[in-house]
Design a protein around this ligand. Sequence first.
Ligand code: VTB
Length: 331
Amino acid sequence: MSSSITVQSDQVLERVLSIEIVRVTERAAVSAARLRGHGRDKASDQAAVDAMRRELNKLPIDGTVVIGEGEIDEAPMLFIGEKVGNKHGARVDIAVDPLEGTVLCAKNMPGAIATIAMADAGTLLHAPDCYMEKIAIGPGYPKGTIDLDAPADENIMNLAKAKGVKPSEITAILLDRPRHTHAIELIRKTGAAVSLISDGDVAGVIHCAEPKTGIDIYLGIGGAPEGVLAAAALRCIGGQMQCRLVIDSEELRERTKKMGIKDPKKKYEIEDMVRGDCLFAATGVTTGAMLNGVKFSKNLIETETVVMRSVTGTVRRIVAEHRQLDKFHLD
Ligand code: VTB
């Protein structure tokens, strides 16, 4: 062989997939964006699901959806356990949220995205569709700077110390929910700023690792599926995150057990939720702090996608101009 570069075939596939998955989120985002501001959250979600499934099935993978639209009886498509891909390729676990922020899209508010994570089979946490306690910060802090079990104010103080700033120079992001009233009070007492979001905590967590957002820490309870997706992103770009499932009923306890989770009270670190290398991608549906939304103009659709790869820590931002509009099923 004359070439001095030897790349294993599975690595080639993984590198190719890191571009291929962009198409998956692009198509889902465009389909959802057609219904932006129409007040029809279910319809926009369905449009994103259909498009994402269609594109996933074209990929050279033998994939299993482990985080999806719910269980088979409640979700006809992209349900947990559904097989996707053309079967001629690597066995992978897939986590999807075809439209993260359905209400944001329905109301045409900032921050709706189409998102996916992919990893070797058996390496993503199979989390039920329940709530999850979460805490996250960006990269560059000593391990142990945050602790899910410490009160919110203590976490702010420790983070401020690690960052070398006053607590008043810290900004925390939380979902705007009554369940966070106490945590918000504690955070504000330290002097820190609180940034409240109505939905979309995958992006909320990722903001902690994006200095331009000015967000330092994510705290609170959000969806478990969104927690695994956010963990995949942080696995690529660095940061710390701790999570715990909120199992608050016997029915959920049973379901969790069936999904193979032995200890429902386990405090998960990123490496427990995403046990190997992964890919993460998100395309903006409506414009937000992380991504521009889909732009429609005459004979042209523009999308912005961020795609991350944990093997190398590469983050690509892909602004695409789509001209073959028939590919987007313009019916
Ligand atoms: C979050 C957020 C989602 O659900 O996970 C949240 O990221 C949690 O559930 O966009 P509640 O809305 O019940 O608080 C969403 O807001 C919607 O899926």
